[in-house]
Design a protein around this ligand. Structure first.
Ligand code: G4P
Ligand code: NA
Ligand code: NA
Length: 193
């Protein structure tokens, strides 16, 4: 997605060879107009997939997921990372280990919001090692829902997540794929050859 790549180049900050800071439009301040276009792009790519629900993970997946849900006219469920005062129903839960943060979180959704009749699109902001996505897949398997695919805003293709999820047989649509981060520069995958 060209506009997303331009904004990454203009406003992203390369913190190291593995981490891209995008606080200016995605992870802290949010650019609603960009989110709208991202939502339309996900909706376009999965237009024929029969999506009935979108599943994401709090917090940064919510903005792009809601915009996609608005266009596809389906509800958006976000898995929670912390115990909630009101999330007292029966839950589907999964353990998500972050190699980046060196911590494990339990993520959960209420069993009432996703069922075996649902065809679900998973959306997240970043794809690094893929642990968050595998946790969401785990939850959807528990719910016996159909998994239509995964929509990612920014995929770091030099990390293993994209490969692992595609090798597991899932469709992954990433709007920007980063081949590498080095010397403060972002190189997208298409520019490689
Ligand atoms: P994985 O799920 O693909 O294995 O990713 P990982 O454990 O590495 O990611 C942990 C957190 O760090 C996630 O956010 C993820 O979005 C974020 N992250 C990973 N790589 C980058 C990066 O290069 N840049 C930025 N800005 N974030 C990155 P989170 O802890 O779930 O936070 P939230 O923003 O969703 O609240
Ligand atoms: Na994040
Ligand atoms: Na995230």
């Amino acid at each position: 997605m060209e506009r997303l790549k331009q904004i990454i180049l203009a406003k992203g900050k390369v913190l190291s060879n593995t981490v891209l800071k995008v606080d200016a439009f995605l992870n802290h301040q949010i650019d609603p107009s960009l989110m709208e276009e991202i939502g339309k792009e996900f909706a376009d790519r999965f237009a024929d997939a029969g999506i009935t629900k979108i599943l994401t993970l709090e917090s940064s997946g919510i903005a792009p997921a809601v915009m996609a849900g608005l266009v596809l006219k389906v509800p958006v469920v976000f898995a929670r990372k912390r115990k909630s005062l009101t999330l007292t129903e029966h839950l589907y839960s999964a353990q998500v280990h972050s190699f980046t943060k060196q911590e494990t979180n339990e993520i959960s959704i209420s069993q009432s919001f996703i069922t075996q009749d649902d065809t679900v699109l998973i959306i997240d902001d970043f794809l690094a090692n893929g642990q968050a996505v595998f946790g969401l897949i785990d939850i959807l398997k528990q719910a016996k829902a159909t998994i239509a695919g995964i929509g990612i805003v920014i995929e770091k293709s030099f990390q293993d997540g994209g490969k692992s999820i595609r090798n597991a047989g899932y469709r992954v649509e990433s709007l920007a794929r980063i081949a590498h981060l080095s010397d403060g520069n972002v190189t997208f995958l298409e520019e490689e050859n």
